[in-house]
Write a protein that binds this ligand. Structure first.
Ligand SMILES: Nc1ncnc2c1ncn2[C@@H]1O[C@H](COP(=O)(O)OP(=O)(O)OP(=O)(O)O)[C@@H](O)[C@H]1O
Ligand SMILES: [Mg+2]
Length: 385
């Protein structure tokens, strides 16, 4: 879990026959436009570094031409870098042989594009099994595995149909199934859902999130849509003119956009909807008690505080006590770290006091109150009105 799946270091791509001068100009701070005017060379990616962790969905965002596709093509080496390097699972992709690279692409990386280019004369099943067929997996086994992923994307009953008998959204799912069937350790998805209408798109995002719950894959996902990025991204990287301007969790990007370029993506989006209880909670607002002796209680509930959460030795939440009834540990409703703002609002509004936030193990992490929620909502709405 700790070592990153993908490491990108100082990656540059300049399109053109003599990139040296362009690289020097870039190093001196020139923009992509200036480089183009002076040298006629096109900057695809400039000096980009980041890590993608095992099991995360890493979203690349940016305007058209900002270098997203070039960057992911550099990762799977469909494009040769002008400078810098890419490590996948600790291996330098520039150093592997042609044969190893083909094996790496087949086994470890799967690409999903905007248009899936399904083979029209083949059935859905055979399309879904195609990656495995190329990898030399026998018919029975590949069809079994393809059927399994078709079930996961909700298309099992369409296995014997031809692509043209399916809607666009369903065809998109076949493409996703094809990528999933090879069980890649890294999935690369370039605008995979961009051609779909908003409802279908949301449905595909849900399919992906659901699949991600079952099998944690490492996914690099390109999108030009911030809402998509906020919904599915563990972290988001924002590109402008070939450079990386910000990398962060959805919450970090919303709370601290690096500049106005990043802020422009917020237009028309209620960013507060993408905050979770973990983003909103305060860690010191409500006192906690783990020993219920009189001195400890008196020290904790010393005037300003009316109540405290009671934790056991593992910091698991046991309940709460009030100043008036310190020996009476009463049960308290808790909220999960990952709970959405909608859920948090609903529960906090129904309760007079701040509610505790717990992690998956039931350990206490912080609290959410009405005041905290109001602040979050007004701040994020204030960003773009
Ligand atoms: N093969 C190529 N030859 C020359 N220039 C290229 C090539 N591929 C990409 N570029 C240029 O590199 C820059 C980045 O392009 P890229 O396709 O990576 O952008 P993008 O962020 O994926 O855009 P979009 O959102 O439109 O897909 C653009 O200016 C593009 O014109
Ligand atoms: Mg692109």
């Amino acid at each position: 879990m700790d070592s990153p799946k993908v490491v990108v270091e100082g990656l540059c791509k300049v399109f053109g026959s003599n990139p040296r001068q362009a690289l020097d100009m870039l190093a001196a701070g020139a923009t992509k436009d200036e480089v183009f005017r002076r040298t006629g060379h096109v900057v695809g990616v400039h000096n980009v570094s980041f890590d993608v962790k095992e099991g995360e969905i890493f979203v690349l965002m940016g305007l058209s031409g900002s270098g997203k596709s070039t960057l992911i093509r550099l990762v799977n080496r469909l494009v040769e870098p002008t400078a810098g390097k890419v490590l996948i699972g600790g291996r330098d992709v520039a150093a592997v042989s042609r044969g190893e690279l083909i094996a790496l692409r087949r086994k470890d990386m799967s690409m999903v594009f905007q248009s899936f280019a399904l083979m029209p004369q083949r059935t859905v099943l055979s399309n879904a099994a195609f990656g495995l067929e190329v990898a030399g997996v026998g018919r029975k086994e590949r069809e079994r595995r393809a059927m399994e992923v078709l079930e996961q994307v909700g298309l099992a009953t369409f296995a014997q149909k031809l692509p043209r008998e399916l809607s666009g959204g369903m065809q998109q799912r076949v493409g996703l199934a094809r990528a999933l069937a090879v069980n890649p350790s890294l999935m690369i998805m370039d605008e995979a859902f961009s051609a779909l209408d908003p409802l279908k798109r949301k449905e595909m995002q849900n399919v992906l999130l659901q699949l991600q719950k079952e099998h944690r894959r490492t996914i690099m996902f390109v999108s030009h849509d911030l809402e998509e990025a906020l919904r599915i991204g563990s972290r988001i990287a924002i590109m402008e003119g070939g450079r990386l301007v910000q990398v962060g969790t959805p919450h970090e990007i919303i709370a601290n956009p690096a500049d106005n370029y990043v802020r422009t993506f917020f237009d028309g989006i209620d960013t507060s909807r993408y905050l979770t209880a973990g983003d909103l909670m305060q860690t010191n607002a409500v006192p906690t008690l783990s020993r219920l002796d009189a001195a400890n209680i008196a020290a904790t509930l010393n005037g300003t505080e009316d109540y405290a959460f009671v934790l056991d030795a593992q910091r698991k939440l046991r309940g709460f006590v009030t100043r008036d009834a310190t020996q009476n540990v009463r049960p308290v409703e808790s909220i999960r770290l990952s709970a959405s703002l909608d859920h948090v609002v609903e529960r906090v509004v129904a309760n007079p006091n701040a509610l505790p936030v717990v992690d998956d193990d039931g350990c206490y992490r912080g609290s959410v109150s009405r005041a905290v929620i109001l602040k979050a909502i007004t701040r994020s709405r204030g960003n773009h009105v």
